[in-house]
Design a protein. Structure first.
Length: 470
């Protein structure tokens, strides 16, 4: 064995370092292997950088609002291919594309599955996305605060911690804990949390109203008409006539629809029905701001066209967004006569324009008389049965989700009808279905814009709901 003595100054101690021939060859082999590893890794790193660049450009593009169908399908194909190759970011983005129906059919079940897959691959953003789905119950996903909190806690995405703080502050699915909310915001170095913390931190922890509609006293339930014994209350029925000026309150509920968050004064003026289709002029005034629009009055539901209203947020995550703009879509009414006073109780469906998602549950209580109602009574009024058919989104562009729940196995036919002609446009399904929840997707790119009726016939009993195609 040859001994090669090399004397050099160590940067640490200044001592000599001795190498023999074996060590020298060993170093050369290690150096060669390192160079080979770098050579092999370079294309992989370049591919990853290219994939990340593609994903960033797609995310920037999909929310521009002017995507053509061909382009959206191409981008969906790119994301799907990258996801199948094991790209974690693509796996999460694929769930978002399914959730929003971009380049593919709108499918919340596939979105949920894709987010779960992305989470298993290590995506904290996917866990946050799952929590957000359950928090608000988007699409046909059942609203569930407990599952939302579980997913937020699994996520390392800062927005998950931001929403956790909100859940503790408002008591969404947990006992209210203002101090815990403040701690989460202080430990979350993002602008949204900093802005929210300034509002939470400068005031005492408020006693936010938490009237639970299913835990009210018997007296309040009788006043609101939720009990039929000795209350002087007639059964709830769709009103035959809505013409005239009405006034009362709008209750904004939490996302579960069980707790009243706040209330606003509201007025509704409805003109005389103009034709057989139920065309009517309306004016809606909420919290002092009025908006006039055309509408359709049909089967107890007032479907509004181009009716928008702005409501100031309780708390803002950004100083430039203190108000949210709502598209008012429809109000489904029932009528109650309580001790001689006629009340209209309406379930308002809305869409938050800035977020492109449904607004929280809202209920109107209207009379033609000057009646003052307490928060407890308003909360009791707010507990109304939801309609059998749920639609998402409404209005829709390309894809429409139709979902409902069957109490027993039934013969079911789901059809889309032209509202003005009454003709059948498309049969979505005609089959014998098992009991439980059912979701169908209507996807018809050739459907012209206008007003349609979604009709669900269950064992001969007909349920219908109006929908707008943009």
């Amino acid at each position: 064995m040859y001994n090669i003595r090399v004397s050099m100054e160590s940067s640490v101690s200044g001592t000599d370092i001795t190498f023999n021939h074996y060590n020298y060859n060993h170093m050369k082999r290690n150096f060669a292997m390192a160079m080979m590893t770098l050579a092999l890794c370079a294309p992989i790193c370049a591919q990853e950088m290219e994939a990340d660049s593609i994903l960033r450009s797609i995310e920037d593009r999909i929310y521009d609002g002017d995507l053509e169908r061909r382009e959206s399908k191409r981008m969906f194909g790119q994301v799907k291919e990258l996801s199948e190759e094991g790209n974690t970011g693509a796996a999460c983005l694929l769930g978002i594309l399914y959730k929003d129906g971009i380049g593919t059919r709108l499918d919340f079940d596939r979105a949920r599955e894709q987010f779960e897959t992305a989470y298993e691959m290590g995506s904290g953003r996917a866990a946050y996305s799952l929590g957000y789905l359950y928090l608000k119950g988007l699409g046909n996903i059942d609203q569930d605060y407990q599952r939302a909190m579980e997913w937020f806690k699994k996520s390392d995405d800062p927005m998950a911690q931001h929403w956790l703080a909100k859940m503790y502050w408002f008591g969404y699915g947990v006992h209210r804990d203002g101090q815990r909310a403040l701690e989460l915001l202080k430990d979350n170095p993002i602008y949204n949390s900093e802005v929210l913390l300034e509002q939470f931190d400068v005031e005492a922890i408020p006693d936010i109203p938490t009237q639970q509609t299913n835990n009210l006293s018997g007296e309040v339930e009788n006043i609101a008409g939720n009990s039929s014994h000795g209350s002087g209350v007639t059964a709830s029925t769709p009103p035959s006539n809505i013409e005239g000026a009405w006034k009362g309150y709008l209750m904004e509920m939490d996302w579960s629809g069980k707790t009243m968050s706040r209330s606003f004064p509201v007025g509704l003026s409805v003109g005389q029905v103009e034709d057989a289709y139920g065309s009517v002029g309306t004016s809606v005034e909420i919290n002092g701001t009025a908006d006039e629009s055309e509408a359709i009055w049909k089967d107890g539901t007032l479907t509004l066209f181009d009716s928008q209203i702005g409501l100031e947020k309780q708390y803002t995550d950004h100083p430039d967004f203190k108000t949210l703009d709502y598209d008012l879509l429809s109000i489904s009414f029932v009528e109650k006569n309580i001790d001689g006073t006629v009340y209209l109780i309406g379930r308002l469906e809305s869409r938050i324009i800035q977020w492109s998602e449904p607004g929280p549950p809202m209920t109107l209580v209207l009379t033609k008389e000057d009646v003052q109602l307490s928060d407890e009574v308003l909360a009791a009024f707010a507990q109304q049965e939801e309609s059998f058919i749920k639609l998402y989104p409404n209005p829709f562009v390309d894809n429409l989700l139709i979902y409902y729940e069957l109490g027993s196995d039934s013969n079911v036919e789901v059809r889309l009808l032209d509202y003005y002609g009454g003709t059948s446009v498309e049969t979505v399904i005609s089959s014998y279905l098992k009991s439980g929840e059912h979701t169908h997707t209507l996807s018809n790119s050739n459907l012209r814009g206008g007003l349609y009726v979604v009709q669900v016939r269950v064992n001969g009993q007909v349920h219908s709901k109006l929908v707008i195609k943009k």
